[in-house]
Design a protein around this ligand. Sequence first.
Ligand SMILES: [Zn+2]
Length: 375
Amino acid sequence: MKFRKICKLLSLVMILALICMNGLAQKRKTRSSLEKLPNNIILMIGDGMGVAQVYSGLTVNHGQLNLTGFKSIGFSKTYSATDYTTDSGAGATALSTGNKTYNYAIGVDKDSVPCKTILEYAEEAGLSTGLVSTSSITHATPAAFIAHQPFRDDYEAIAADFLKTDIDVFIGGGRQFFSQRKDQRDLLKELRQKGYQVVFSMDSIQNIRQGKLAGLNAPDHNPAVVQGRGDMLPRAAETAINILSNNKKGFFLMVEGSHIDWGGHANNADYVAREVIDFDNAIGKAMEFAQKDGNTLVIVTADHETGGLVLLDGSFEKGTIVAKFATTSHSGTMVPVFAWGPGAENFQGIQENTEIFGKMMSLLKLGGVTPNPQE
Ligand SMILES: [Zn+2]
């Protein structure tokens, strides 16, 4: 009897010990996965890319998108300081500075005061920085990460702001705003004097593996995929990653798929779907690197939705969609946020667009800035 009792007691103690150890291990596991911080962030902005845009690309591409590999998914509230429906200037400024501002603002707050961008904070901390876009590199979305201007349309002033920074890589259109200027400044020459390799064709851009790069492959915007842009965006994203990843301290890169928005403005669902697929190919390049690297967080989101796109019918087999648009402008709906890599779980749930800035800043340990959600 006594022996049985001891056995019972012993097994009880062992079970309790096992439960305790298991709990400790669990605790350690969650803590270590929370503590893992990325060295690099690749922020990918599909301009005007709402949920229906993503789904149109997924359908037309027969159910295949790199985006389907993302497990941390949330939503972003895109309204600006002045409007329920934002423009790309205020939308990108929210992501780049953590401030809700007025529509058409570029890197300034609602009182037109310049706000430091995450790209500028990253530079200051010794990280490498880059911007890639299919549009002119001076267009609202890339501009909001590097320039500080009261209005988005002043492309020449925005181009001049590039010279005030030490950005390592930028690839996109907009050459004319650097070279044919009212003030007669030759910004291409000034870029060369600052040590940039200034190149104009995608082939020569893609050959560059290190140093500073100003890749301006079109006088203004690059054309749409259906008008012959080819794989410029995935190639440009890959080139930027190649160069920026030379810096072991880390990097911040923003890649924009600009034309998704323009397909929405044109109420052309096929245009939208083709651009989403192209943007997704660029996402594939980012994920390829992130998977190899292990220290890279990839975030894919939008500044706003464009067109109020609704999918009424479609076929994954045939790759066709039947769509309607509610507007030729932007809509105020939430947009998706996809995140992959260390810190990705922070982007789940419904969040302010400004919070995405704060989360990226704290994950890269930049500027001591805390998230700045605004009601
Ligand atoms: Zn737009």
